[in-house]
Design a protein around this ligand. Sequence first.
Ligand code: MG
Length: 456
Amino acid sequence: MAVKKLEKRLFGTNGVRGIVGKDMTPDLVLSIGLALGSMRKGRIAVGRDSRTSGESLANAVKAGLMAAGCDVVDCGMLPTPALQYLVMHHFDGGAMITASHNPPEYNGVKIIEPDGTEMGDEQTLLLEERIFSRNFDVKSWEHVGSGTTATQLVNDYTDAIIRSVPENIGRNMSVVVDPGCGAASVTTPKILTGLGCRVFSINAQVDGHFPGRLPEPSLDGLKGLADLVRSTGSAFGVAHDGDADRAVFVDENGRFIEENQEFALVADHICRKHSGVVVTPVSSSLLVETIVKKHGGSVVYTPVGSIYVARTMRDLLEKGEPVVFGGEGNGGLIFPDHQFCRDGGMTATMMVAILAGSDLPLSTLIDQLPVFHMIKEKIRVAHPEHLIELLAESCKTYHIDRTDGLRITKGDAWALVRQSGTEPLVRVMVESAVPDSARKFFQELMDYISPVLKHE
Ligand code: MG
């Protein structure tokens, strides 16, 4: 798939982010609003997650958009996928104030295109160019845009998810939600209740200090969720990141489900009914491809980043390819019948649908998946790009894929070597269904790498 990443100065793969008051300031966000408003006309939706700086930065982006002539509708606090859904159906674009899974001191902006997808690289470069050159189309008094508030619109999103599955599909099922005091506090408990589930919650009060756990839903922060699942006899527990485009799970015993297993379980459920194309980055476990192929489907790989997955899914569908599902091995799953972005609330709903259709508990469904062994390592190196080229040369007799970084397949093992976007290091991951193959291939790569590190 010929999807290539372009170098950006300000925006990363998922918008622009920084520490509030240091590199993420109202000045910068005002510039983003002015630049976006100069590029996009019409009605623009603005939303924010639960961060303490959200209101301030939302007002900055709104000021810029209105000054550039856009009519702004403030949708209040809601998950990123909720704003994306609303933009797709009602608006000419959107701006979401969020730092996703980053700690409380961070905030940022994600730009949403009229079709609900995040802004792609080419448009983002044009936006950056306007910001750096201060090329803004500031309007005179009679053309300044209006500002209104429509916080009830989030109900369109929750209602659409509830309607996407059979009525009362979650009856007789107890579940626990941990939104981490983030944006899903206002949506996922409501969605699961709407599915007929008996819903318990933890960290479901909106609080930008994130007193219960950090916005990243990692294993360490989910003990409270696991305990509540066990004590209530719930079928599963679901936790979101700060802006709820991702969902991770614990089973009925409180055991954390590795995100590639989550992806594979949902892929199994979808491909069992509709075999087709599943789109995922080159970093995803071979477990996903194994499951998809079992049902006669195929996998298309993209660079790492949900935007590449989402846009590839949309482009393939436009070409008539039967794309049924997509996502990343980090709990960010994309359901093309719903919308082309990761959606944590929809993912939680899918888990209810899977368990409602199964006689087996979640732990058993996970244990039935094939087992793969993954080794991950971070290597500090002064010139990551040189190291990657050296590995490409050393491994040239194996199958090499350059979709993103260096993906090498050797027999029943594969490796991905990628440069970090922010630090002088490379990330190495090696995986195989055979533990020994993974270990040996990892050691082989380290043998190529070690002499370089010694000479630094
Ligand atoms: Mg997120």
